[in-house]
Design a protein around this ligand. Sequence first.
Ligand SMILES: Nc1ncnc2c1ncn2[C@@H]1O[C@H](COP(=O)(O)OP(=O)(O)OP(=O)(O)O)[C@@H](O)[C@H]1O
Length: 267
Amino acid sequence: MKQQASVMGATENLVPDTRHGVILYMENVSVSFDGFKALNDLNLYINDGELRCLIGANGAGKTTLMDVITGKTRPDQGKVNFGQQIDLLKLNEAEIAQAGIGRKFQKPTVFEALSVYENLYLSLKMDKGIWCSLWHKLNGEQKDDIERILATIGLTEQRHGLAGNLSHGQKQWLEIGMLLAAKPRVLLVDEPVAGMTLQETERTAELLTSLAGEHSVVVVEHDMSFVRSIARTVTVLHQGSVLAEGTMAQIQSHPDVKRVYLGEEST
Ligand SMILES: Nc1ncnc2c1ncn2[C@@H]1O[C@H](COP(=O)(O)OP(=O)(O)OP(=O)(O)O)[C@@H](O)[C@H]1O
């Protein structure tokens, strides 16, 4: 326990330096699996507070990119920084999460046997005291945080209900709320609307859009109408590199994107 607390203590006061407006830097990043380059000299910059959509065909490298940012996969070469000064390649997965980079996987992983409120409670960014006092009494600020998150994710009315009884969309929102409870600067969100109803998809678009500004949000998504509804800037990955970047209109008329998606390389 003591050791866990000290690992967390190493990163909890790290604040990314975003004076240049950039919160995530990936420069010349390559990742190989048995000689195959899943990321190939990739360069990507995410601005502080922006909502960025990452698109690309199956196998383009989107998941590998997220894995590199969160420390799950180590690149063969390249630089990955959180703000100007924090070298993410020197931190482990837990330290990266603690430093303020939250990740939401495609499948919701809420605690089904606990209430919505309890799920959020357990996700709060706690002091080291959490290690010895689970279910301790919340202070006013923590209670306010949970109320604000419940309102943000639209689950105030369901607060006492079991998470297991929520719809698929509501579980996804709860999990986003659980990420928010840890007060991340960056949220990485993998295919948030897969399996959602149209109404849930629209609500998710509103939710993610509302999070940008206070957070930087990176969304990987295949649903192009959803991407169109939320994206200001879209990055297209192809064979492990950035093929194009810009507004949706710029992307759609980009010659390289047309060639890959509509030409002979189409998948
Ligand atoms: N651990 C691994 N071992 C071997 N090859 C891998 C591994 N992880 C990914 N790859 C390969 O690297 C390439 C990029 O995979 P990645 O999962 O990053 O793509 P993606 O853009 O997320 O695809 P999708 O949209 O299907 O999720 C693929 O060809 C994949 O098979």
